[in-house]
Design a protein around this ligand. Structure first.
Ligand code: SF4
Ligand code: SF4
Ligand code: FES
Length: 395
């Protein structure tokens, strides 16, 4: 009698199995409201959610709308929301999507903040590409142009590498909280693109670009620093970090005081933490608007009255806590941090996005990563976040 050999654990894991995909369906031309539809697909666990959708489309319902091209996390076409989180369908394993699902069903829906054309396809032109065009996404070179190539310090190019890694998938746009409130916000992807040129020494219009983006009411100061775009980005571009760099260069290097009071507001927050350890809310508006007697202060205070009244009614604040601000204990320790950072001769640059060892190192030298070298040389622009590291690609 023939015996059936048991598959090894690895092979067993690779065997195809059933996965249930719950897809968001919507056809604007039908006049019907969006609805959910389930499809069972049979694939190996390491296959992607995109492959699952394509199997459902090929075997069950050819009318499923999904945009894709490279199937290798390069073209940025297959941005969707999987189990409520934005990402690339071709870069998400079925098994890991299942692990993250709430009820054993993988939900896939179109990205947010963009109109749906059909099912999982959103209108990137109406939002994402329009915003890209807003930031003049090309180099405005210095004149006269060099006769041969324009030699650029390698540190400068390492600095913009992270922004250049963007594949224009729109995942960050999909999850941007500011854009939900203000659809005119230029947004994370386009502002990361703007940094790509502000950080490029060959571009001649740094200051003009920064003036423009700082003074636009939907520009760099419209970002609420929520980190959503960093979490969403499948390529580790960390758009929020690029926006913060734009702000710091605008404010600290070019002394741009924008008409939205964004830079004043940032300075007020920094001063408050130095002085009190926390924000003095009663003082924040005057400090952000140019002083107690500035007309904008009165206007802003009037606008804030309903919020203050609600907070008082709900006893979140009392007249005493609103008017008398308490210092944090051990305030001197906070001041010491300020003094230490302020005493540095120049801002330290740490680009943690590029982590491989420098190929030009001589073997005798101890191997150093490029980010270490940048940290030592201290390029003029600030950044640094552990969130800058390149994420692992799933498939
Ligand atoms: S950090 Fe700023 S740009 Fe990024 S998602 Fe939040 S609000 Fe949008
Ligand atoms: S920044 Fe990241 S999430 Fe946003 S469009 Fe580029 S690759 Fe996609
Ligand atoms: S199909 Fe190209 S990124 Fe997914």
């Amino acid at each position: 009698m023939a015996t059936t050999e048991k598959p090894t654990t690895e092979a067993a894991e690779a065997l195809p199995r059933d996965y249930t995909l719950r897809l968001r369906r919507f056809d604007p031309e039908s006049g019907e409201a969006p609805y959910w539809e389930e499809f069972v697909v049979h694939l190996e666990p390491h296959r992607s959610v995109l492959e699952g959708i394509l199997q459902a489309k090929g075997d069950t319902d050819g009318s499923i709308g999904i945009r894709c091209s490279c199937r290798a996390a390069i073209c940025g076409s297959c941005g969707t929301r999987i189990n409520g989180r934005p990402g690339l369908a071709c870069n998400t394993h079925l098994e890991s999507a299942l692990e993250r699902s709430k009820d054993g069903t993988i939900t896939v829906e179109p990205m947010g903040n963009m109109p749906v054309i059909k099912d999982l396809i959103v209108d990137m032109d109406a939002v994402h590409w329009k915003k890209q065009r807003r930031v003049t996404p090309w180099l405005l070179p210095q004149e006269p142009m060099p006769e041969k190539e324009h030699v650029v310090p390698r540190e400068a190019m390492v600095d913009v590498t992270q922004a250049m890694a963007c594949i224009q998938c729109g995942a960050c746009v999909s999850d941007c909280l500011s854009m939900e409130v203000d659809p005119l916000f230029i947004g994370p992807a386009a502002l990361a693109k703007a940094y790509r040129f502000v950080g490029d020494p060959r571009d001649a219009k740094h200051e003009e670009r920064l003036e423009d983006l700082a003074n636009d009411p939907h520009g760099i100061y419209d970002c609420t620093h929520c980190f959503k775009c960093i979490e969403a980005c499948p390529k580790g571009v960390a758009p929020m970090n690029q926006i913060m760099r734009l702000r710091r260069i605008a404010s600290q290097d070019h002394d741009i005081v924008d008409k939205n009071d964004g830079s004043r507001h940032e300075h007020a927050i920094v001063d408050h933490v130095r002085k009190w350890g926390t924000l003095n809310e009663a003082q924040l508006i005057p400090d952000s608007k140019g002083g107690k007697l500035h007309p904008k202060t009165a206007q802003e205070l009037m606008g804030s009255l309903p919020v203050v009244a609600t907070a008082l009614l709900r006893r979140k604040v009392t007249p005493r806590t609103a008017l008398i601000h308490h210092k944090t204990p051990n305030q001197d320790q906070i001041r010491r941090i300020y003094d230490e950072v302020g005493a540095r001769e120049e801002r330290v640059e740490l680009n943690l996005y590029v982590t491989q060892a420098d190929e030009e190192e001589t073997p005798a030298e101890s191997p150093r990563t490029q980010d270490q070298q940048l940290g030592e040389t201290g390029s003029p622009r600030p950044q640094a976040s552990t969130a800058d590291a390149i994420p692992e690609t799933e498939s």
